[in-house]
Design a protein around this ligand. Sequence first.
Ligand SMILES: Nc1ncnc2c1ncn2[C@@H]1O[C@H](COP(=O)(O)OP(=O)(O)O)[C@@H](O)[C@H]1O
Ligand SMILES: [Mg+2]
Length: 351
Amino acid sequence: MIGSPVQFRDVTKVFGETVALKAFNLDVASGEFVTLLGASGSGKSTALNILAGFSDATSGDVFIDNKSMAGVPSERRNVGMVFQSFALFPHLTVADNVAYPLKMRRCPSDEIKRKVGEALELVQLSALAGRKPMALSGGQRQRVALARAVVFEPPVLLMDECLSALDLKLREELQREIRSIQRNLGVTVVFVTHDQTEALTMSDRIAILEGGKIVQIDTPERLYDRPRTRFVADFIGQSNTFDIVPGPNGTVGVPDLGVDIPLHGNAVAIALRPERLRLVDGPARPGEIVFDGHVEDETFFGPVVARSVRLRTGRLLEIRSARSGHGLEPAPVGPISLGFYPADVAPLAAD
Ligand SMILES: Nc1ncnc2c1ncn2[C@@H]1O[C@H](COP(=O)(O)OP(=O)(O)O)[C@@H](O)[C@H]1O
Ligand SMILES: [Mg+2]
């Protein structure tokens, strides 16, 4: 496939007073797994529904395999779709549910039999082919929905919060399975979630939505290490963000920390991840920038301990340290020194 199999071009969607999507643009490459991540109401489902043809754009257009989808009905768009609610036919068996899209497409019955068999094998449900949805667990029903979405081999698969109703262990298991199925089939996926961990672990790229617009789209690593704005820094993971002031040649001052750091460009603030801050109990390491604070509180998370540190300006900062047993364990409260490297600083642009 040449070009982007999925494109949004300046798509705007208005519901009465609400602008659900604002000149929304997105290009998804062939075989790519792109996640739309955003708070409730940010426009994620609206974008998927327009792509699937369940809803029309107020203006703008979506393209699948370089063809405009304007006026193309949903059933002719060749996209598979999995929703949060299982939406299976209760009176049909697992096999008949999965066969449904093939029957709609008037596939010959021997081909239906073979493809349904393959799809059920893919989601490890061959043994339950004769059951009705009522007799399945939530995870099994979602597997049936997944098999039904891929059975007609659509080049594009859309998933809207499809794991949100499942409990954590099962969700993690299905996350891995979906990713492995997606790689095996080479299908292009647009995945929707409000769960940042799910987005970080599954995606090739993540688009952060706010108010019907993408505020940043990047690989998970890049989004986490280089959030572009305060909003993204706060939305993905924990972040300490600080105001900055102009400093001498090529530096900025960070009043809360009482230090100058080398920084070029037109950042308006900086972000520091809690786990990038090192407890310093001896001389600073080469290049390390050190400041003082006062531990006020600690929270035990199992593998990590989070500590609230009061800074000279009165502000609180959070640090997180792995409990490897090799590092310094400071007293639960009291004075400490913390260090970080300039390379760990994310410069933030104005929102
Ligand atoms: N059918 C509709 N009628 C009116 N408003 C809607 C409709 N669908 C969505 N909206 C509004 O559009 C915005 C985006 O909704 P949605 O795309 O469902 O968000 P998300 O999936 O990110 O939670 C919300 O403000 C929502 O209330
Ligand atoms: Mg939604």
